[in-house]
Design a protein around this ligand. Structure first.
Ligand code: TXA
Ligand code: MG
Length: 319
Protein backbone atom coordinates (compact mmCIF):
# COMPACT_ATOMS: atom_id res chain seq x y z
CA UNK A 1 0.00 0.00 0.00
CA UNK A 2 1.25 3.48 -0.72
CA UNK A 3 -0.09 7.00 -0.29
CA UNK A 4 0.89 9.18 -3.25
CA UNK A 5 0.30 12.78 -4.19
CA UNK A 6 -1.41 13.35 -7.50
CA UNK A 7 0.83 13.48 -10.60
CA UNK A 8 0.60 12.28 -14.22
CA UNK A 9 2.61 9.17 -13.24
CA UNK A 10 0.26 8.39 -10.36
CA UNK A 11 -2.73 8.85 -12.67
CA UNK A 12 -1.20 6.31 -15.03
CA UNK A 13 -0.49 3.89 -12.19
CA UNK A 14 -4.10 4.23 -10.99
CA UNK A 15 -5.46 3.49 -14.49
CA UNK A 16 -3.21 0.46 -14.73
CA UNK A 17 -4.42 -0.89 -11.37
CA UNK A 18 -8.09 -0.27 -12.27
CA UNK A 19 -7.72 -2.09 -15.59
CA UNK A 20 -6.42 -5.13 -13.68
CA UNK A 21 -9.51 -5.16 -11.46
CA UNK A 22 -7.67 -3.61 -8.50
CA UNK A 23 -9.05 -0.96 -6.16
CA UNK A 24 -7.67 2.57 -5.77
CA UNK A 25 -8.63 5.00 -3.00
CA UNK A 26 -9.36 8.46 -4.39
CA UNK A 27 -10.35 11.84 -2.97
CA UNK A 28 -13.77 13.25 -3.82
CA UNK A 29 -15.29 16.48 -2.53
CA UNK A 30 -17.42 14.54 -0.02
CA UNK A 31 -15.33 11.66 1.41
CA UNK A 32 -12.58 9.40 0.03
CA UNK A 33 -13.86 6.66 -2.27
CA UNK A 34 -12.65 3.11 -2.89
CA UNK A 35 -12.81 2.95 -6.67
CA UNK A 36 -12.86 0.04 -9.09
CA UNK A 37 -13.74 -0.33 -12.79
CA UNK A 38 -17.54 -0.55 -12.72
CA UNK A 39 -17.58 -2.83 -15.76
CA UNK A 40 -15.39 -5.53 -14.22
CA UNK A 41 -17.10 -8.04 -11.94
CA UNK A 42 -13.84 -9.01 -10.28
CA UNK A 43 -12.95 -5.34 -9.67
CA UNK A 44 -16.32 -4.69 -8.05
CA UNK A 45 -16.08 -7.89 -6.04
CA UNK A 46 -12.73 -6.65 -4.73
CA UNK A 47 -14.44 -3.53 -3.32
CA UNK A 48 -16.86 -5.66 -1.32
CA UNK A 49 -14.03 -7.89 -0.10
CA UNK A 50 -11.77 -5.02 0.95
CA UNK A 51 -14.61 -3.18 2.72
CA UNK A 52 -16.05 -6.37 4.18
CA UNK A 53 -19.39 -5.13 2.91
CA UNK A 54 -22.47 -7.33 2.49
CA UNK A 55 -22.92 -7.84 -1.23
CA UNK A 56 -26.57 -6.86 -1.22
CA UNK A 57 -25.61 -3.23 -0.76
CA UNK A 58 -25.40 -1.48 -4.17
CA UNK A 59 -22.63 0.99 -5.08
CA UNK A 60 -22.62 4.49 -6.56
CA UNK A 61 -21.37 4.71 -10.15
CA UNK A 62 -19.08 7.72 -10.64
CA UNK A 63 -18.98 9.32 -14.10
CA UNK A 64 -17.07 12.36 -15.40
CA UNK A 65 -20.13 14.02 -16.93
CA UNK A 66 -23.89 13.79 -17.32
CA UNK A 67 -23.36 12.66 -20.90
CA UNK A 68 -21.31 9.68 -19.70
CA UNK A 69 -23.99 8.85 -17.09
CA UNK A 70 -26.66 8.95 -19.81
CA UNK A 71 -25.00 5.99 -21.50
CA UNK A 72 -26.13 3.84 -18.57
CA UNK A 73 -29.33 5.33 -17.11
CA UNK A 74 -32.55 6.84 -18.43
CA UNK A 75 -32.77 10.52 -17.58
CA UNK A 76 -36.07 12.16 -16.60
CA UNK A 77 -36.88 15.90 -16.87
CA UNK A 78 -36.29 16.24 -13.11
CA UNK A 79 -32.91 14.52 -13.43
CA UNK A 80 -32.03 16.95 -16.24
CA UNK A 81 -32.90 19.96 -14.12
CA UNK A 82 -30.97 18.70 -11.08
CA UNK A 83 -27.94 17.63 -13.13
CA UNK A 84 -27.85 21.04 -14.77
CA UNK A 85 -27.80 22.82 -11.42
CA UNK A 86 -25.87 20.49 -9.09
CA UNK A 87 -23.47 18.40 -11.20
CA UNK A 88 -20.61 18.02 -10.78
CA UNK A 89 -21.15 17.94 -7.03
CA UNK A 90 -22.39 15.99 -3.98
CA UNK A 91 -25.69 14.75 -5.44
CA UNK A 92 -26.34 11.10 -6.36
CA UNK A 93 -29.36 10.30 -8.53
CA UNK A 94 -31.00 6.88 -8.58
CA UNK A 95 -32.44 6.29 -12.05
CA UNK A 96 -33.65 3.37 -14.16
CA UNK A 97 -30.82 1.41 -15.61
CA UNK A 98 -30.79 1.23 -19.43
CA UNK A 99 -31.92 -2.22 -20.48
CA UNK A 100 -29.22 -3.20 -22.97
CA UNK A 101 -26.76 -0.42 -23.65
CA UNK A 102 -25.20 -2.05 -26.71
CA UNK A 103 -22.89 0.87 -27.48
CA UNK A 104 -20.88 0.61 -24.26
CA UNK A 105 -19.36 -2.07 -22.09
CA UNK A 106 -22.19 -3.00 -19.68
CA UNK A 107 -21.72 -2.29 -15.99
CA UNK A 108 -21.20 -5.16 -13.58
CA UNK A 109 -24.54 -6.33 -12.17
CA UNK A 110 -22.79 -6.82 -8.85
CA UNK A 111 -22.18 -3.05 -8.67
CA UNK A 112 -25.91 -2.40 -8.35
CA UNK A 113 -26.63 -5.61 -6.48
CA UNK A 114 -28.90 -6.80 -9.27
CA UNK A 115 -31.35 -3.85 -9.00
CA UNK A 116 -32.93 -2.37 -12.15
CA UNK A 117 -31.84 1.09 -11.01
CA UNK A 118 -28.41 2.68 -10.77
CA UNK A 119 -27.09 5.36 -8.45
CA UNK A 120 -24.99 7.80 -10.48
CA UNK A 121 -22.90 10.73 -9.38
CA UNK A 122 -20.47 13.18 -10.99
CA UNK A 123 -17.83 14.15 -8.41
CA UNK A 124 -16.49 17.69 -8.65
CA UNK A 125 -13.09 16.95 -7.11
CA UNK A 126 -10.47 17.70 -9.80
CA UNK A 127 -8.48 14.50 -9.09
CA UNK A 128 -11.57 12.29 -9.27
CA UNK A 129 -12.57 14.07 -12.49
CA UNK A 130 -9.11 13.62 -14.00
CA UNK A 131 -9.01 9.93 -13.13
CA UNK A 132 -12.47 9.10 -14.51
CA UNK A 133 -11.71 11.02 -17.71
CA UNK A 134 -8.30 9.40 -18.14
CA UNK A 135 -9.68 5.94 -17.43
CA UNK A 136 -12.60 6.38 -19.80
CA UNK A 137 -15.01 4.06 -17.98
CA UNK A 138 -17.20 4.72 -14.94
CA UNK A 139 -15.88 3.84 -11.50
CA UNK A 140 -17.90 2.14 -8.78
CA UNK A 141 -16.91 3.67 -5.46
CA UNK A 142 -18.26 3.41 -1.94
CA UNK A 143 -16.59 5.33 0.87
CA UNK A 144 -13.06 4.01 1.47
CA UNK A 145 -13.57 2.56 4.96
CA UNK A 146 -14.48 -0.78 6.47
CA UNK A 147 -18.24 -1.34 6.41
CA UNK A 148 -20.01 0.23 9.41
CA UNK A 149 -17.21 2.64 10.36
CA UNK A 150 -16.81 6.41 9.91
CA UNK A 151 -16.18 7.57 6.33
CA UNK A 152 -12.65 8.84 5.61
CA UNK A 153 -12.08 12.54 4.99
CA UNK A 154 -8.30 12.38 4.46
CA UNK A 155 -5.79 9.88 3.07
CA UNK A 156 -4.59 8.80 6.53
CA UNK A 157 -8.16 7.89 7.55
CA UNK A 158 -8.25 5.48 4.60
CA UNK A 159 -5.04 3.83 5.73
CA UNK A 160 -6.25 3.66 9.33
CA UNK A 161 -9.38 1.81 8.19
CA UNK A 162 -8.21 -0.32 5.27
CA UNK A 163 -4.46 -0.57 5.88
CA UNK A 164 -2.58 -2.76 3.47
CA UNK A 165 -5.67 -3.95 1.62
CA UNK A 166 -5.48 -1.04 -0.84
CA UNK A 167 -2.51 -0.88 -3.25
CA UNK A 168 -2.76 2.88 -3.88
CA UNK A 169 -4.26 5.83 -2.01
CA UNK A 170 -4.23 9.13 -3.92
CA UNK A 171 -3.77 11.94 -1.41
CA UNK A 172 -5.82 15.03 -2.23
CA UNK A 173 -5.74 16.54 1.28
CA UNK A 174 -8.82 16.86 3.50
CA UNK A 175 -12.18 16.74 1.71
CA UNK A 176 -14.17 19.98 1.56
CA UNK A 177 -17.79 18.83 2.02
CA UNK A 178 -17.07 16.18 4.66
CA UNK A 179 -20.34 14.21 4.51
CA UNK A 180 -21.39 11.86 1.73
CA UNK A 181 -23.51 12.90 -1.23
CA UNK A 182 -27.26 13.41 -0.96
CA UNK A 183 -29.01 10.42 -2.58
CA UNK A 184 -32.26 11.14 -4.39
CA UNK A 185 -34.33 8.38 -5.97
CA UNK A 186 -35.99 9.52 -9.20
CA UNK A 187 -36.87 6.05 -10.44
CA UNK A 188 -40.40 5.99 -9.01
CA UNK A 189 -43.51 8.15 -9.29
CA UNK A 190 -42.36 10.73 -6.77
CA UNK A 191 -38.83 11.83 -5.87
CA UNK A 192 -37.60 10.27 -2.63
CA UNK A 193 -34.74 11.26 -0.40
CA UNK A 194 -32.76 8.10 0.37
CA UNK A 195 -29.90 9.75 2.21
CA UNK A 196 -29.46 13.38 3.26
CA UNK A 197 -25.98 14.62 2.36
CA UNK A 198 -23.83 17.33 0.88
CA UNK A 199 -26.69 19.21 -0.81
CA UNK A 200 -29.56 20.41 1.36
CA UNK A 201 -33.09 19.15 0.78
CA UNK A 202 -34.38 22.73 0.47
CA UNK A 203 -32.08 23.44 -2.47
CA UNK A 204 -33.27 20.32 -4.29
CA UNK A 205 -36.92 21.16 -3.63
CA UNK A 206 -36.39 24.65 -5.04
CA UNK A 207 -35.49 22.99 -8.30
CA UNK A 208 -38.06 20.16 -8.57
CA UNK A 209 -40.72 20.73 -5.91
CA UNK A 210 -41.66 18.47 -2.96
CA UNK A 211 -39.47 15.47 -2.17
CA UNK A 212 -40.69 12.59 -0.04
CA UNK A 213 -38.70 11.69 3.02
CA UNK A 214 -39.34 9.07 5.69
CA UNK A 215 -40.76 10.68 8.82
CA UNK A 216 -39.20 8.62 11.59
CA UNK A 217 -35.77 7.30 12.39
CA UNK A 218 -32.65 7.68 10.31
CA UNK A 219 -33.36 7.83 6.57
CA UNK A 220 -32.30 4.67 4.77
CA UNK A 221 -31.05 3.87 1.33
CA UNK A 222 -31.77 0.20 0.57
CA UNK A 223 -28.97 -1.78 2.11
CA UNK A 224 -27.97 1.13 4.26
CA UNK A 225 -27.64 -0.43 7.65
CA UNK A 226 -28.67 1.29 10.82
CA UNK A 227 -25.34 0.44 12.39
CA UNK A 228 -23.07 2.75 10.44
CA UNK A 229 -20.72 5.68 10.93
CA UNK A 230 -19.87 4.14 14.24
CA UNK A 231 -17.36 5.40 16.77
CA UNK A 232 -16.59 3.04 19.69
CA UNK A 233 -17.45 5.67 22.29
CA UNK A 234 -21.18 6.13 23.07
CA UNK A 235 -22.71 9.39 21.83
CA UNK A 236 -25.25 11.45 23.80
CA UNK A 237 -27.13 13.70 21.39
CA UNK A 238 -28.75 17.11 22.00
CA UNK A 239 -26.57 17.64 25.05
CA UNK A 240 -26.41 21.17 26.43
CA UNK A 241 -23.67 20.38 28.93
CA UNK A 242 -21.22 17.55 29.37
CA UNK A 243 -21.35 15.16 32.28
CA UNK A 244 -18.37 14.00 34.34
CA UNK A 245 -16.05 11.88 32.22
CA UNK A 246 -17.54 12.90 28.88
CA UNK A 247 -15.90 14.94 26.14
CA UNK A 248 -17.95 17.49 24.22
CA UNK A 249 -18.57 17.84 20.50
CA UNK A 250 -20.01 21.33 20.39
CA UNK A 251 -21.77 23.42 17.80
CA UNK A 252 -22.11 27.20 17.82
CA UNK A 253 -21.30 29.48 20.75
CA UNK A 254 -21.65 27.40 23.92
CA UNK A 255 -22.44 28.34 27.48
CA UNK A 256 -20.81 25.21 28.84
CA UNK A 257 -17.09 25.33 29.56
CA UNK A 258 -14.93 23.48 27.04
CA UNK A 259 -11.43 22.29 27.76
CA UNK A 260 -8.62 21.17 25.49
CA UNK A 261 -9.98 17.69 24.94
CA UNK A 262 -13.33 19.05 23.66
CA UNK A 263 -14.02 20.08 20.07
CA UNK A 264 -16.48 22.41 18.36
CA UNK A 265 -17.85 21.57 14.89
CA UNK A 266 -18.33 25.26 14.17
CA UNK A 267 -18.02 27.88 16.91
CA UNK A 268 -19.87 30.35 14.66
CA UNK A 269 -22.71 27.87 14.00
CA UNK A 270 -21.98 27.39 10.28
CA UNK A 271 -23.44 24.08 9.04
CA UNK A 272 -21.08 23.73 6.05
CA UNK A 273 -18.08 24.08 8.34
CA UNK A 274 -19.65 21.58 10.76
CA UNK A 275 -20.21 18.99 8.01
CA UNK A 276 -16.61 19.33 6.84
CA UNK A 277 -15.37 18.75 10.42
CA UNK A 278 -17.85 16.05 11.49
CA UNK A 279 -16.07 12.77 10.74
CA UNK A 280 -12.58 14.06 11.58
CA UNK A 281 -13.74 15.34 14.98
CA UNK A 282 -15.74 12.20 15.77
CA UNK A 283 -12.59 10.17 15.09
CA UNK A 284 -10.44 12.44 17.23
CA UNK A 285 -12.86 12.31 20.19
CA UNK A 286 -13.31 8.55 19.82
CA UNK A 287 -9.55 8.10 20.13
CA UNK A 288 -9.61 9.65 23.59
CA UNK A 289 -11.47 6.57 24.83
CA UNK A 290 -13.66 8.46 27.29
CA UNK A 291 -16.95 7.16 28.72
CA UNK A 292 -18.99 9.24 26.28
CA UNK A 293 -19.21 12.05 23.74
CA UNK A 294 -21.80 14.74 24.47
CA UNK A 295 -23.00 16.35 21.24
CA UNK A 296 -24.65 19.79 21.06
CA UNK A 297 -28.02 20.11 19.32
CA UNK A 298 -27.61 20.79 15.59
CA UNK A 299 -30.35 22.56 13.61
CA UNK A 300 -31.98 20.34 10.97
CA UNK A 301 -31.99 22.63 7.95
CA UNK A 302 -29.48 22.65 5.08
CA UNK A 303 -26.55 20.34 5.77
CA UNK A 304 -27.87 19.91 9.32
CA UNK A 305 -30.20 17.16 8.05
CA UNK A 306 -27.21 15.09 6.90
CA UNK A 307 -25.22 15.85 10.06
CA UNK A 308 -28.11 14.78 12.33
CA UNK A 309 -28.69 11.64 10.25
CA UNK A 310 -25.04 10.57 10.67
CA UNK A 311 -25.07 11.42 14.37
CA UNK A 312 -28.27 9.43 14.95
CA UNK A 313 -26.73 6.40 13.26
CA UNK A 314 -23.54 6.77 15.28
CA UNK A 315 -25.60 7.01 18.50
CA UNK A 316 -27.83 4.03 17.58
CA UNK A 317 -24.84 1.80 17.01
CA UNK A 318 -23.17 2.62 20.29
CA UNK A 319 -26.17 1.75 22.45
O1 TXA B 1 -20.32 10.95 -1.34
C1 TXA B 1 -20.54 9.79 -1.65
O2 TXA B 1 -21.63 9.42 -2.11
C2 TXA B 1 -19.40 8.77 -1.46
C3 TXA B 1 -18.26 9.15 -2.39
C4 TXA B 1 -17.12 8.15 -2.36
O3 TXA B 1 -18.74 9.31 -3.70
N1 TXA B 1 -19.85 7.44 -1.70
C5 TXA B 1 -20.63 6.77 -0.81
O4 TXA B 1 -20.92 5.48 -1.18
O5 TXA B 1 -21.05 7.25 0.20
P1 TXA B 1 -21.48 4.37 -0.19
O6 TXA B 1 -21.34 3.08 -0.92
O7 TXA B 1 -20.82 4.45 1.13
O8 TXA B 1 -23.01 4.69 -0.08
C6 TXA B 1 -23.83 4.46 -1.21
C7 TXA B 1 -25.27 4.33 -0.82
C8 TXA B 1 -25.58 3.02 -0.14
O9 TXA B 1 -26.27 3.27 1.05
C9 TXA B 1 -26.47 2.28 -1.13
O10 TXA B 1 -27.46 1.54 -0.47
C10 TXA B 1 -27.05 3.41 -1.96
O11 TXA B 1 -26.01 4.36 -2.04
N2 TXA B 1 -27.36 2.97 -3.33
C11 TXA B 1 -26.50 2.61 -4.31
N3 TXA B 1 -27.16 2.21 -5.41
C12 TXA B 1 -28.47 2.32 -5.15
C13 TXA B 1 -29.66 2.07 -5.88
N4 TXA B 1 -29.63 1.61 -7.12
N5 TXA B 1 -30.82 2.33 -5.28
C14 TXA B 1 -30.86 2.82 -4.02
N6 TXA B 1 -29.77 3.07 -3.26
C15 TXA B 1 -28.60 2.83 -3.82
MG1 MG C 1 -20.24 4.41 3.14
Amino acid sequence: MSIKLFSPEVLEEACHLLAQGEVVAIPTETVYGLAADATLDHGVAKIYAVKQRPEINPLIIHCHSASQAKLYVNFTPQAEALAERFWPGPLTLVLKRQENPSHVMPLSLLASAGLDTLAVRIPSHPMAQALIKAYGKPLAAPSANLSQTISPTCALDVVASLGTRVPLVIDGGPTTVGVESTILDLSGLTPQLLRPGGIGLEELEQEIGPIEKPQTGPIRAPGMMERHYAPQTPLRLNALHKKTGEVMLGFGPLDTILNQSDLNLSPSGNLEEAAANLFRMLRALDQQKTIGIAVSPIPSHGLGLAINDRLKRAATSSQ
